[in-house]
Design a protein around this ligand. Structure first.
Ligand SMILES: NC(=O)c1ccc[n+]([C@@H]2O[C@H](COP(=O)([O-])OP(=O)(O)OC[C@H]3O[C@@H](n4cnc5c(N)ncnc54)[C@H](OP(=O)(O)O)[C@@H]3O)[C@@H](O)[C@H]2O)c1
Length: 337
């Protein structure tokens, strides 16, 4: 099969198109014939920093395709099912930038007939991260679903980003009021298309004042892409028993938090890394995200605030470059092209 792999960490140029034997699933695993591979910042960061095993590393965590073989102990009824795949390359050599991948069966989720493979490949990292960010507050339920955030307000810092978009879409599905921040009019359109009720241009407007207009007593959750920059704002707008969920590290920056101001509302400042979140939270996130998909509540494309940029498999290096350079929207690799 055709697969992109790398033998040493480095820039996008370490990614090579190779020909490999089709992998056989072990006990508890399935082989998925992939249609699309999703690219996230974690994929280029791993490629830049992590030394692969002796057989090299196929990059990319997310993907979607069809189960074609099951390993020992896995129900053969799954063969032929359309699925999305999460964390394929986490501590495993088989990422999704290949015609096939092999993953534990529990890391595949039934897509059903209607949702597109493009959507399936866009779900894993961004939507599971967003789910975690929306559920870590003490005052909020640990499930997301219609009505679960009724009467609640969520602030999404960076509403045109991939995780920001996912957070907006999930929070709106759950009936929250959503405020999103962006840096430009074009990104404002994207955040509104995703479903944000209020969009604030943080370069031109006073974010604290704008959020206070919507939520006078503060917000219940903040999905935070840049805690180092925004901590001062977040500290002023987090409400009673709310949580600031910090999922990005700004390239290693540090955060200063005013302790007393955060004691007053019993606020929680929660670090989020999708790979190491508690197992139960991951299970609930996968179930809820897939329920949103089946409900038609989650979409991709410019009309959903997430423009698609699709590269053929042989140009996976360019797909990585695009993400690394801050592409707006979702970068996918068409592994069949
Ligand atoms: N912890 C985890 O498990 C996890 C999971 C997924 C992603 N991440 C990390 O999260 C980061 C974002 O990932 P992504 O896929 O969403 O990237 P992305 O699609 O590039 O989105 C990042 C967004 O953040 C916005 N932004 C940057 N600085 C901002 C600020 N100070 N205030 C408000 N918005 C700001 C950017 O737009 P402007 O610059 O125009 O404002 C952009 O829209 C990456 O560092 C990634 O590695 C972590």
């Amino acid at each position: 099969m055709r697969a992109i792999s790398y033998q040493r960490p480095g820039g996008p140029d370490v990614l090579e198109l190779t020909d490999r034997p089709v992998p056989e699933p072990g006990p508890g695993e399935v082989r998925v014939r992939l249609a699309f591979s999703g690219v996230n910042p974690t994929d280029w960061k791993s490629r830049s920093n992590a030394t692969p095993g002796p057989d090299g590393q196929i990059p990319n965590q997310d993907g979607a395709g069809t189960i074609e073989v099951v390993g020992q102990g896995v129900d053969p009824v799954l063969v032929g099912e359309r699925v999305w795949v999460w964390e394929a390359a986490y501590q495993r050599p088989w990422g999704t930038a290949a015609e096939c991948t092999v993953v534990p069966a529990r890391q595949t989720v039934l897509l059903g007939a209607a949702p597109s493979f493009e959507l399936g490949a866009a779900l894993g990292i961004p939507f599971l991260t967003a789910h975690r960010c929306l559920t870590v507050a003490e005052s909020l339920p640990d499930r997301i679903g219609p009505g679960s955030l009724t009467g609640r307000t969520v602030l999404v810092q960076g509403g045109a980003g991939a995780v920001g978009n996912a957070a907006i879409q999930l929070a709106r599905w759950a009936d929250a009021t959503v405020v999103a921040t962006v840096s430009s009019p074009d990104k404002a359109q994207l955040a509104a298309a995703a479903g944000a009720d209020h969009v604030v241009n943080y370069r031109e407007q006073d974010v604290v004042a704008e959020v206070r207009k919507v939520a006078a007593k503060g917000v219940d959750a903040i999905v935070e892409v840049s805690a180092a920059v925004n901590a001062g704002i977040d500290a002023q707008v987090i409400g009673l028993h709310g949580a600031v969920a910090m999922y990005a590290d700004d390239g290693g920056a540090e955060v200063t938090i005013p302790v007393r101001a955060q004691m007053m509302p019993n606020a929680r400042w929660q670090f989020v890394l999708v790979y190491t979140e508690p197992a139960r939270a991951k299970v609930l996130a996968v179930e809820d995200v897939n329920a949103a998909v089946q409900d038609g509540a989650v979409r991709v494309g410019r009309e959903a605030g997430l423009p698609l940029h699709v590269f053929p498999l042989a140009r996976t290096a360019d797909a990585h470059r695009a993400v690394q350079d801050g592409a707006v929207g979702k970068v996918l690799v068409d592994v069949t092209a």
